[in-house]
Each structure stands twice: as C-alpha cells, then as structure tokens.
Design a protein around this ligand. Sequence first.
Ligand code: ZN
Length: 283
Amino acid sequence: MRIGNHSGRLTLFTEQGAVDVEKASGGRFGPDPQAVYQVWEDFLNWSKDARLSGASAFDPADLGSPAPAPTQLFAIGVNYREHASETDLATPDTFPPVFTKFRTSISGPVTTVTLPEGGHTDWEVELVAVIGQHARRVSAADAWSYVAGLTVGQDISERIRQIEGQGTAPQFSMGKSLPGFTPIGPWLVTVDEFENPDDLELGCAIDGDTVQHSRTSNLIFSVPQLIEGLSASLELLPGDVIFTGTPSGVGIGRKPQRWLQPGEELVSHISGIGELRQRFVAA
Ligand code: ZN
C-alpha cells in the first residue's frame, strides 16, 4: 500500500490515482495525514477490504510529506562505510551518532529550496522509516513489525553551520533544519510491498549527473538495529520519522568540494518507492 499526503489530506495512491481516505472510509478516518499512525493497525485492517473507487489524477507538486508533523524526527550520522571514509570519520562500533532535523524543515517531495546566503549546502539521500506503533526495548528481530512503512528523504545540510562548534558540540540539528531542508516522500510504502526491505537501491543526481548511488544493504546499522538501539534508550511513537543515514558521494567528501548552486535540480530516488525533486534558488 502507498499512503501519503495530497494537498494536506490523507490519501491512498493506487494504480488508478489518488483516493481521499476520509471520503473512501465514510469519515471513519479523518483527513490528517499525521493522525493515521495513531490508529495504524485499524487503518491497515480497513484498507485490506476497502473499495477504493473514485481515484483521480494528481500533480506530484501537490504532495506533502507522508509524515508532516512527527512528534520526534531522528537522523542518523555515519551509517555507510564509504561515507565515513569520504568524511574522515571513524566508523561507529556501538551505535551511530543521532541528531534531529527540526520539524519546521519538513516539506513534500517536489519543492523549490532557497539556498542560504554564504552557505555550503550539500545533499544526502536517505532511506526514511516511519514508526507505526509505540516501541520501547524492541529487539532487532521484531523491529520491522513496528515500522509503518518506508519513504525517501533528503537530509539537506548547510555544512558551515553544521560543523560549527567542533570541540564543544557541532550544530548538526541547526545546520540541517533550514526551511525546506527535509523533503520527504513521495509517499509511504508499507513494508509488505518489498521483497527485501533491507536491500533497496538508492541514489541522487544533480541536473542528471549521478552523485550518490548505493544500496541500503550497505547500512552499517540496519533499520531493525537502529530501532533496537533507539528504543533501548527512549520510546518511539507512532508517526515518528527516522532518517537512516546517507551513502557516499556527498559534496563535502569530494575533491574539490561541491555545493548546490542556484538553478540546479536534485532528484533523489529509492527503488520501489519513488523520487524527490528539489530545485534550488538563491536567497
Ligand atoms: Zn544525513
């Protein structure tokens, strides 16, 4: 099942197009895309037998994030070996670094993003997991059953701000939370749709030039291991979002380094999910 956010309304996406959930369910489920995760089990049960007539065509530019207002958004650093080596960071052995992207930075999949003046703005394509039920002290073996589904994320990062404060504590969350720096979408694909949810191809390209390309089987800490580790420390809530880390090929790891420029378009994709499309403009 593909579920998401069309013009701010909870929507199912079928082969035929977009189906408004509130209308299709006769009001059993409301229009808020974030609220569905509170009743995820119920929603899955309803969707199995739902008669989804009245699908309509839609414009991808009208899609919002399938989780537009999570209570918590976790982002994971240094979770692919080749990305660790391109950024001269040690590979984490017990658990990778965790930070947040503040939720005002979340956007839909097709957007125009303003580049901060004097910044070094970089790209990071990532597999994103959305939590479907309360999770506390979950083992990796059980962890997939706590995931509502998977989507594509871009962890857009302003590197000057991000790295500021080395020696005290770097400003990862600030440098990664500018307006529009957290596109998510185009929709959530439930875990049952994937032959192997631990091995998905992902990548991104700038104006057609591929800059990142890998597979999620290269994650140092897999989605289940991340859920085990996070839920050992804290409680994961329905609708929470986890950015799982980026593979190699980011601008800061290149020689010479490369940053996003006004007029460039960044297209990010994950096989079996879909793509994000960001156009960058000057401030
Ligand atoms: Zn990242």
